[in-house]
Ligand binder design. Structure first.
Ligand code: 6GU
Length: 229
């Protein structure tokens, strides 16, 4: 899967994603991440990509033309028109189902805004999906784009070394993960639950299911409601 990230801070996105599991996925070709610097399409020698908002008000607005031209540049390397996600607090809140859905795309464009926003006309022309990563305000779309690439990539076949670990974890069935323990069997006087040392696989599975339910009820009761829908 190929990610194209339209941004004013390409090094931020590339440095972040060239690390850990996404870095390995890039290295072995399961995904590619190309950060496209919108400033390269400014069309003027000063690299200016923003201007004052019509109608007045605080801050600057990113201009339509550089973003449109950067998008056209991406189209030259894709077969079909890719989906274009605009990262904005005004979008639909990102979740695991959306990550799975986006992971079926061959190409995905992520548009990162800054300043007070982007000229609405280019959004109308190119954006197919408006996505937020939660109800708080960030200074730009780069961190949200990196969050999306991470969550989507791990749903791409082959990216995770153990395919099971994607299926049996938090949110796969709207339940949180059960607690995990490793050696030593006693730490600061706290013992690992006896059942996990028993070697009795049926009991261990039953205990883990109970823990998942209890933990979800305690921490995320909203998720249990979703299972009834
Ligand atoms: Cl996608 N962008 C910005 N700027 N802030 C956010 C966000 C996105 N999602 C949550 N807060």
């Amino acid at each position: 899967m190929n990610f194209y990230i339209l941004t004013l801070f390409p090094e931020m996105v590339e440095n972040g994603l060239n690390t850990s599991i996404t870095g390995r996925a890039i290295a072995n070709g399961h995904i590619s991440v190309k950060a496209i610097n919108i400033r390269d399409f400014s069309g003027n020698k000063h690299g200016k990509v923003d201007d004052y908002p019509y109608g007045g008000g605080a801050g600057m607005v990113m201009q339509a033309a550089p973003i449109y031209d950067a998008y056209q540049h991406i189209l030259a390397s894709t077969d079909k028109k890719p989906r274009v996600v605009y990262l904005t607090p005004q979008g639909k809140v990102f979740n695991q189902d959306m990550a799975k859905d986006f992971a079926t795309e061959e190409d995905l464009v992520l548009l990162c805004g800054h300043y007070e926003g982007i000229d609405e006309r280019v959004l109308e022309l190119i954006v197919t999906d408006y996505v937020s990563i939660g109800d708080y305000v960030l200074t730009g779309g780069e961190l949200p784009a990196m969050v999306m690439v991470d969550a989507i990539s791990r749903m791409v076949p082959g990216v995770l070394s153990n395919e099971d670990s994607a299926a049996t974890e938090s949110f796969s069935d709207n339940l949180l993960e059960y607690p995990q323990y490793t050696r030593p069997d006693e730490f600061m006087g706290m013992k690992v639950p006896e059942v996990l040392l028993s070697g009795h696989h049926a009991n261990i599975e039953k205990w883990r299911k109970e823990q998942s339910h209890a933990r979800t009820l305690e921490r995320r009761p909203d998720l249990l409601k979703k299972n009834k829908d």
